[in-house]
Design a protein around this ligand. Structure first.
Ligand SMILES: N[C@@H](CCC(=O)N[C@@H](CS)C(=O)NCC(=O)O)C(=O)O
Length: 228
């Protein structure tokens, strides 16, 4: 059985967006998982990985960290299970989407959600997170929360290329989901888990797609502590 290390917050909230990419990839592959929740500041528990971030997986003797590296590992190690990428061309395009999400979407989402995220974290983790937020944004979580309305607008505008595609097809992967769907999904799942203010307006093509991804794999992603 594969073990997955991910973050836990108050009331068992599993709020790591990168870990949701891995959770969905593992489900997509139909692999059994044993989840090991850790605190953001509990670096000792993931020391064996050689890094300081989650997700981390251990599959027998193999330890892999970084959500993209994990996706590549799963695709290579379990080729007989449903494909995450759909071949070499699909893999390149999934990597493009993953990088677009990391570089163009996550930085805005971080500003949009930091003010709420700190409130659902374990109190032990809050000073570390506050310092991270101030280092990367130059603002406090409370100041970011005050600007949340405007930042939500920027976030929704940043994902317009995905919206345009999802008006025409069910998933970024086409009729069925691929890893690109999980990359983008992780941002909206993060919002749903940490923020009481719904991010996607009803009627947005992304809202319908988000609902479809929540329903995948027996509603795996729906079935987690979240605000809506
Ligand atoms: N590129 C990494 C990023 C992982 C990452 O930044 N994870 C966050 C949680 S969502 C983390 O563990 N941060 C540690 C910290 O802030 O101390 C991946 O894709 O796995």
């Amino acid at each position: 059985m594969i073990e997955l290390w991910e973050l836990r917050g108050q009331n068992d909230r599993r709020y790591s967006n990168f870990s949701w990419r891995t959770r969905m990839a593992l489900r997509h592959k139909g692999l059994s998982v044993s989840v090991q929740p850790v605190l953001l500041t509990d670096k000792a528990s993931i020391d064996f990985s050689g890094g300081k971030t989650v997700p981390v997986i251990r599959d027998g003797a193999r330890v892999v960290r970084d959500s993209w590296q994990i996706a590549e590992y799963l695709e290579k190690q379990y080729p007989e299970q449903p494909s995450l990428f759909g071949g070499d061309t699909g893999k390149s395009l999934c990597q493009f989407v993953n990088t677009w999400v990391d570089r163009s979407v996550v930085p805005i989402a971080f500003q949009a959600l930091a003010g709420d995220a700190i409130l659902v974290q374990d109190p032990t983790d809050q000073p570390h997170f506050r310092a991270t937020v101030e280092k990367f944004t130059g603002k406090s979580p409370e100041a970011l929360k005050e600007a949340q309305g405007k930042t939500f607008e920027r976030l929704l505008a940043s994902v317009d290329p995905a919206r345009a595609l999802l008006k025409r097809q069910a998933f970024l992967g086409g009729d069925a989901p691929c890893y690109a769907d999980y990359s983008l999904f992780s941002v909206f799942q993060w919002a749903r888990i940490v923020s009481p203010l719904p991010l996607l307006p009803a009627g947005d093509a992304l809202a319908a797609w988000f609902g479809r991804v929540l329903d995948l794999h027996d509603g795996h992603a729906r079935d987690t502590p979240a605000f809506y």
